[in-house]
Design a protein around this ligand. Structure first.
Ligand code: GLA
Length: 408
């Protein structure tokens, strides 16, 4: 794909890019909405990605391209048409089809606000084979692919080294800051952490309080599948913020600064007692506290055994997570529930659950290698006859996290 990106960049801008960055999409394996509650979460990169190419306008192109602006071109959104922007620009929330541009713009501004002397005028081309709006975090993939290319383009002045663990952490924190402050989404560190630190044959475990990030070997002979419903609640952002507020309210009533200060043993005593007059808040808190416990159990299982019975235990925990999304966090939908219930009845499936924020998006499943295209076709048919809509299915493997690519 890199060669194609270089070629497209040349077609659009008439010169070669000098810096390329890439970052993959991710799935949330388990640990739903635990990140902004400073709990733990396990995710996996997928082998679909975004590549960003950058180049400063050379003098011989200055008659056509301003050397004092940012140009952004994207294949996915506008057939490689280029858009010229002043650096101080921010796309209004109302300009729906262009809102994605706030992600790259937010990254540039966040680096500048943090005193990184990044380049401030250049041409950018974004290329993606990652389905947008599928709950696979194309936004973090944009953030981190732009970051990697920008760091490379600005290497004379910015000393962030992607090979260095602490620097990599700084980069993912800048990505989160950009989404929180510039784009205005109060997301946690899950997406950036997984897209930034993922690797082949590994799951990523994040302690969102300490920001300790480690890899868990992903069992061989197991496959990950993504079933993308292409549905998305129209109020998705405000529902996410509402869940965020409910979790913060739970913590405040419980007298702690965050829900992950509460351990699992306290759920049936202190928590149920203190929140007895707030049934909805109690359900939200239960979801978070139980999810953190499921992350702990799944990490322990994977680290001690990956035989069939261990994988079945993991699968049961995945189903439990989905049940909790239905009953406690109320962030599932009829489409997602249908898929999980169909998967549960199928042979070769260990477990399945909604992945990501919820309120639409995708279901992920962990299966044996015998679950194949025929099995997924069967699910597509059932889905079509139930909802009259197409389901996209993707078999995926954990892939490499963010990288700078050479531009040769
Ligand atoms: C979205 C957010 C993440 C995380 C998940 C839910 O994907 O971007 O930070 O909160 O929802 O776990």
């Amino acid at each position: 794909m890199k060669e194609l990106v270089i070629k497209k960049f040349e077609e659009v801008y008439g010169f070669k890019p000098t810096s390329l960055g890439r970052a993959p999409g991710r799935i949330e394996f388990v640990g739903n909405h635990t990140d902004y509650n400073l709990g733990t979460v396990i995710g996996s990169t997928i082998d679909k990605e975004i590549i960003v190419a950058l180049g400063v306008v050379p003098d011989y192109r200055a008659h056509e391209l301003s050397q004092d602006a940012i140009y952004i071109a994207s294949g996915e959104f506008s057939n490689f048409e280029k858009i010229k922007l002043p650096i101080e620009c921010q796309i209004k929330q109302t300009e729906q089809n262009l809102k994605w541009i706030n992600y790259p713009l937010g990254i540039i501004k966040t680096y500048i606000n943090n005193d990184y002397k990044v380049a401030q005028s250049f041409c950018m081309l974004i290329y993606s084979d990652l389905p947008a709006g599928a709950g696979l975090s194309s936004s973090a993939a944009i953030d981190l692919s732009v970051s990697s290319a920008l760091i490379d383009l600005s290497k004379e002045n910015v000393s962030l080294d992607l090979e260095n663990y602490e620097d990599r952490k700084k980069i993912i924190k800048l990505g989160k800051e950009s989404e929180n402050t510039f784009v205005g989404i109060p997301c946690g560190i899950l997406d950036q952490g997984v897209c930034g630190f993922g690797n082949e044959s590994s799951l990523v475990h994040i302690d969102c309080r300490t920001l300790d990030i480690s890899l868990i070997p992903f069992p061989k002979n197991v496959s990950l599948w993504i079933f993308n419903t292409h549905t998305r609640h129209s109020l998705i952002n405000s529902l996410y913020s509402q869940r965020y507020d409910e979790c913060m309210k739970a913590a405040s009533i419980l007298g702690v600064s965050t829900l992950s200060d509460i351990n699992f043993d306290q759920l049936h005593s202190v928590v149920q007692h203190s929140l007895k007059d707030e049934p909805i808040i109690l359900k939200r808190a239960s979801h978070i506290i139980e999810e953190v416990e499921r992350v702990r159990l799944i990490k322990n299982i994977f680290e001690s055994s990956t035989d069939d019975s261990a994988l079945k235990q993991v699968g049961t925990l995945l189903y439990n997570s989905h049940e909790s999304s239905i009953n406690n966090f109320e962030n599932s939908t009829e489409h997602l529930n249908f898929l999980v219930s169909v998967l549960k009845e199928m042979p070769n499936v260990y477990g399945a659950r909604l992945t990501g924020g919820g309120f639409g998006g995708a279901v992920m499943a962990m299966t044996t290698e015998n679950f194949n295209e025929l099995s997924s076709e069967e699910i597509k048919k059932l889905y079509k006859s139930k909802f009259g809509e197409e389901l996209s299915v993707l078999r995926t493997n954990p892939g490499k996290g963010m990288q700078i690519l050479s531009s040769n």
